[in-house]
Design a protein around this ligand. Structure first.
Ligand code: AMP
Ligand code: ZN
Length: 211
């Protein structure tokens, strides 16, 4: 399975990807997660990327393309993968096409209002990456991860100012990918506001048709 999840920040790409990797046993390839790991480790690449991430800007193509190339070369990707948050620009899509071909792109459609509501309430576990929402997906104990009890955090780029910028950046740089993959005949539209279980079921249907 060579699948990509497309959609605005907060569309649920990470949440749905995690449901699908549990079911299919293929890795989730998230450039956001790879970048946050590099920031946490304090690598040169991480320090360079952090400025862009905190501002809600895209990290330069060259950096993320290098990261994803390295990740795709690892053995666990041989049986397939779910891309989450990559590609986000046309040059990234072109670079990806030179490495591998996608079988399907699921576009999670969500309104701007819903994006802002979701991101401002999103909390993540710094330990295991689990994603919560103060209202929609609350943890059992407020502020603590269900899996490991770690203190949940709000990502710097989930603060209001950065959210608005991320939406602008999404419209300008990532929306063109919708037409790009539609023209390639592999775009599948899914209502991202339908609730986690319904969106997962719709994604499963898409996957069953490509395997
Ligand atoms: P995400 O977790 O996917 O929302 O990504 C968080 C941030 O990482 C984004 O706002 C960008 O700054 C950066 N980022 C993640 N993926 C990409 C990408 N494919 N291209 C450029 N920047 C990215
Ligand atoms: Zn956790």
């Amino acid at each position: 399975m060579r699948l990509m999840l497309l959609g605005p920040p907060g569309a649920g790409k990470g949440t749905i990807a995690k449901k699908l990797i549990d079911k299919y046993g293929v890795p989730q390839l998230s450039t956001g997660d790879l970048l946050r790991a590099a920031v946490k480790e304090g690598t040169t690449l991480g320090l360079e990327a952090k400025k862009f991430m905190d501002a809600g800007e895209l990290v330069p193509d060259k950096i993320v393309i290098g990261l994803i190339k390295e990740r795709l070369a690892q053995r666990d990707c041989a049986k397939g993968f779910i891309l989450d948050g990559f590609p986000r620009t046309l040059p990234q899509a072109q670079a990806l096409a030179e490495i591998t071909s996608l079988q399907a792109v699921i576009n999670l459609d969500v309104s701007d209002e819903e994006v802002v509501a979701r991101l401002s309430g999103r909390r993540t576990c710094p330990q295991c990456g689990a994603i919560y929402h103060v209202k929609n997906i609350p943890p059992k104990t407020p502020g603590k991860c269900d899996k490991d009890g770690a203190d949940l955090i709000q990502r710097d780029d989930d603060k209001e100012e950065a959210i608005r910028n991320r939406l602008t950046v999404y419209r300008r740089q990532t929306v063109p990918l919708i037409d790009h993959y539609r023209a390639a005949g592999i775009l599948q539209e899914v209502d991202g506001a339908a609730g986690v279980d319904n969106v997962t079921a719709a994604a499963v249907k898409v996957i069953e048709n490509i395997r």
